[in-house]
Structure formats: structure tokens, C-alpha cells
Ligand binder design. Sequence first.
Ligand code: GUN
Length: 277
Amino acid sequence: MANIIDGKVISAQIKDEVKEKVAKLKEEGREVCLAVIQVGDDPASTVYVGNKKKACEYCGIRSESYEIPGDTTEDELIALIEKLNADTAVNGILVQLPLPKHINEDRVIMSIDPAKDVDGFSVNSVGSLCIGRKGYRSCTPAGIIELLKRSNIEIAGKECVVIGRSNIVGKPMALMMLQENATVTITHSKTVDLPSVTRRADILIVAIGKPRMITSEYVKEGAVVIDVGIHRDENNKLCGDVDYADVAEKCSYITPVPGGVGPMTIAMLMHNCVEGA
Ligand code: GUN
């Protein structure tokens, strides 16, 4: 049976480290402040934004909340971001995604000052990651690197297969594993014979967006399996992209859902806020 990588414990450690750093900055008379923008009232976004605000409160980071109507225009949203870009009291700006369909996400992300892009989504941040420069790292993949390191799992020289190529998880994840000297393969919906590729992985990172799709057939004996997915199954129970019960029999380490990768995203957002400040 696999060892469980406990994202709740590791994310709590990171938030405590952030809390200490925030307190030190406060002693020097400096405050850390995150502006959080939510456009519309998508229920999932409301939960995520609420959790981000709670984490800020825990860490001693001031959060400024902008909950604006779903019919806000792209130009109005960008005008708000520009105001926050110019506000020296604001260290980080987060625009919760997805945005309503009439707003161009790319243009909005690109309007955030790269120095305040705590989500790490801008071309500047992703480009810095690509060429190995310092910069903000996308929170979910950065959290996965922390899970691996803090579980003493060796990355250098290992075969890593990432399933999924999104701009937020798959692509930055592959770049971060490369930066850590893994041999990296990115797979996606057009990959031919996916199980034959994923079975090469010493570290398999799954961000495919399909409930319990990855069964033991996809996994090499003794592999480390990281599950980014989060879904509700037919019984309203939370599950990931990995068929946990089946895969846990075969792998050496696994992240559960909930309590694996999920809590790390917010912990790394807090980390980014304090590092930026
Ligand atoms: N929507 C889902 N995940 C995220 C995230 O990490 N950041 C933002 N801004 N929006 C999201």
C-alpha cells in the first residue's frame, strides 16, 4: 500500500512559515496586501475566493476584496487592475478565473503588473520559469514541487510524465520538473496509447480533468502518483483524476483527494504574496 502525501500537513507548514515572514515584515513596518478580484458570482469561485481570504487572514496578509458584477466590461475590469497596479500598498493582484465569456482572460492577465502577478499566469512569469529566472511560479505546480521535496522524493534523473497541458498546471508543471532535472514527457488527449507512456513514469502527475480515469493499468509498480483533479462523483463524493483505491495498491506514494494537491495551491499563493513583498 502506498505512502500518503499529506497536503493538509505540508500546506499548514508552509502557511506557518509565511505567517512568520509576514510578522517579521510587520516589525519592519511593512504590510503585505493581496487584492482579490471576483467578477460575477460563480459558486465555485466564491468558495475558492473565500478560502484565499481566510488563508490571508491566517497568515496576517491584508486582503482587499473586489466582488464586482458579472456584467462588468473588460475595460472596467482592466481600469480596476490598473488602479491596483499603481497602488503601492498592494503587493499582489489575483483575478479569479474563469471570467465571464464576454471578457478576454488573456488581455486581463496581461494587464496585471508582472511584479504583482502572484498567480504566476502572465507571459512574464511563465517566460521567467521557462528560462530558469526568478519570478512568480504558478501556485498548483509550485505546490506539487513542495509536496515532492518535503516528502524527500528525489526528482533529479527521474522519468516524469505529466498528463495535461493547460497553461495553469500541465505546462508550468513540466517546466518546473525539468528545472529540477527530471526527464519530462507531456501527454494530452491526442497522445497515442497513453498507458504505455505513463507506465514509464517514476513520477506521474495527473491533471487531465476526468474523474477516476487513471487506473493501475496506467501506473508503473512503485511510481509516485500526484493527482491534481477534483470532482464530485455520482454519490456526491469528492474524487480525483486517479482511481485512488486501485492505484494506491501499486504505487509507492500517492496524493489523496481531498487533502493532497488542493490545499497546496492556496499555501503557495500565500508564499508568492510574501516573497513578492
Ligand atoms: N481558478 C481556478 N484556479 C485558479 C487559480 O489558481 N488562480 C486563479 N486566479 N483562478 C483560478
